[in-house]
Design a protein around this ligand. Sequence first.
Ligand SMILES: Nc1ncnc2c1ncn2[C@@H]1O[C@H](COP(=O)(O)OP(=O)(O)O)[C@@H](O)[C@H]1O
Ligand code: SF4
Ligand SMILES: [Mg+2]
Length: 317
Amino acid sequence: MTELLEVQDLKVSFGAGREAVRGVDLTVGRGETLAVVGESGCGKSLTALSLLGLEPAAAQVTGSAKLAGTELIGRGERELRRLRGTRAAMIFQDPMSSLNPTTRIGTQIAEVLAIHSPTRRSARLRQAVELMESVGITDAAARARQMPHELSGGMRQRVMISIALAGSPELLIADEPTTALDVTVQAQVLALLRERTRDTALLFITHDMGVVAEIADRVAVMYAGKVVETGTVREVLEAPRHPYTAALLRSVPDPDRPAAGELPTIPGQVPAVGAVLEGCPFRPRCDHADETCAAAPALVEGVACWHPVSRESQEVA
Ligand SMILES: Nc1ncnc2c1ncn2[C@@H]1O[C@H](COP(=O)(O)OP(=O)(O)O)[C@@H](O)[C@H]1O
Ligand code: SF4
Ligand SMILES: [Mg+2]
């Protein structure tokens, strides 16, 4: 089976020796949810942004990312704009960054609908209200006349989800969409995303292992600009093979239902962008490191480590 999204050796750099994403490989199947998890600064957002050509102007992106066979890297802005919304869409942590603060919510949704289907303005406004209802916004007709700042964070994120899905994209990329929300609202928004992306591939970025268990089919763990472990959520959360994944999960009491919240703290620091990374980047923080680790391990059978923990040796419930 060919995957919907195939990312190979994706690199994002800010000049010589300043690589923030250092060769990411990942795939997302049709209708599948892949969670990308890792500590702050490991390159999750840059990976996501570069797929849609939204990386910072100073960044150079190389490698390959194919969406149903269409190469996304190196496309011109015009082509990317056509692609965004209709084939792939993105939602961000802060919906206010994507909403126009001085335009009514209903009008903003209607403007997006206009790009996708040229109907009359009154019909589009009606459709906008229906879309708001479909993402669980009560009293949608009244809310449609409100400004973004009059809505709660959870409601705004619901609006963003409806806007992102309005063009029926094959792939939705969500970058920490629930991080700014309180726990109850976070659960509601995750449930909504799960329900509304049953047939849409979802690339879900988070630093929260609890959220991974809630939303994803598969997971890719990133460290210092690379994927260090990947597999099904069950495999990776119940029997992590990379010492970094194990460390992330260590303080989580039940791997099936990790407590939501921040990742447990791992001693040591994520290497800064531009730091000289010789050998395995996790080496300074790793309990299993030996002289072999002076050479960088490649991602082989879902793990980039010279001494991966065997899955069989771990108790799987
Ligand atoms: N515009 C930029 N200019 C220079 N460096 C950047 C820029 N944006 C991000 N970086 C660097 O890239 C690294 C990865 O960033 P990011 O992808 O946002 O991480 P994450 O989303 O995993 O927290 C950061 O540690 C930062 O140092
Ligand atoms: S390659 Fe070596 S240093 Fe890196 S995670 Fe594996 S054991 Fe640790
Ligand atoms: Mg980020």
